[in-house]
Design a protein around this ligand. Structure first.
Ligand code: OAD
Length: 231
């Protein structure tokens, strides 16, 4: 059966109260990327970086999945083929909404990573400078977030799925961060039909066969209904 690959971004969690990055007043307007989302920033001031992600972890823990998250979980359950969800988001709202096997290419707020040995484990709600890695005991614990200049997770698996995609949908992402922004081209090369669901057209909108613009909580359930023949 036809495989659907879905790429989500911050826009799908916006109505759950989690801020996006590049909209007016977004996170990157409040905090310089190079300070809080690069390995160099962490080396310079780990306390600032931990404070930033501790605040986001607390906020994400309070957030509830919205109708867009649950609609994608419903598509996963009811579509006769595979539905693979790849997210750039570091929250766990897809899982909270019932989705399974979500690929978190940019890491996850609930994770900790040892900068010395690469061991990954469940992060405490609050991480502090110099916390010990439970595997190698080095004081190198950091958030398990993929920062600029680092390699996103699961890329081989994601490219394998894209090569088999019959339908590719990008949801709530500005399409400005690579490699995710190029997934649509991989999907096109594989012969997939491409769909953009977003608040407004992204810079790459011309690559999509089908588009719908508006709030994720409205347009995503509507698209899923259509896919499942309930339009
Ligand atoms: P952006 O903030 O760049 O884009 C969010 C997108 O969601 C924009 O296209 C908005 O128009 C759209 N949007 C906002 N509210 C929406 C709503 N209610 N319904 C539907 N769409 C809405 O976020 P991303 O594209 O996810 O990486 O950013 C990609 C990566 O850049 C992030 O994963 C993060 C950031 O730097 C890291 O931190 C590693």
């Amino acid at each position: 059966m036809e495989k659907i690959v879905i790429l989500t971004g911050a826009g799908i969690s916006a109505e759950s109260g989690l801020g996006t990055f590049r909209d007016a007043g977004g996170l990157w307007a409040q905090y310089p990327i190079e300070d809080v989302a690069t390995p160099e920033g962490f080396a310079r001031d780990p306390g600032l970086v931990h404070a930033f992600y501790n605040a986001r972890r607390i906020q994400a823990a309070k957030a509830e999945p919205n109708a867009a998250h649950t609609a994608l979980a419903r598509l996963q359950r009811d579509w006769p083929g595979d539905v693979v969800i790849v997210t750039q988001n570091v929250d766990s709202l897809h899982e909270a909404g019932g989705a399974e096997g979500v690929l978190h290419m940019h890491g996850i707020l609930s994770g900790a990573l040892c900068a010395a040995c690469g061991h990954r484990w469940q992060s405490p709600p609050e991480m502090n400078v110099g916390e010990l890695c439970p595997s190698c005991q080095s004081p190198s614990a950091r958030p398990d977030i993929v920062w600029f200049g680092e390699m996103p997770y699961d890329m081989d698996t994601i490219y394998d799925h894209l090569a088999e995609a019959r339908i590719f949908a990008a949801i709530g992402t500005s399409g400005q961060v690579y490699p995710a922004a190029a997934f649509v081209h991989e999907a096109i090369a594989a012969g997939a039909r491409t769909v953009e669901l977003n608040l407004e057209p992204s810079a790459g909108v011309s690559s999509f066969d089908e588009t719908a613009f508006g709030l994720a909580t409205q347009i995503v359930p509507r698209w899923v209904d259509g896919m499942l023949g309930q339009r």
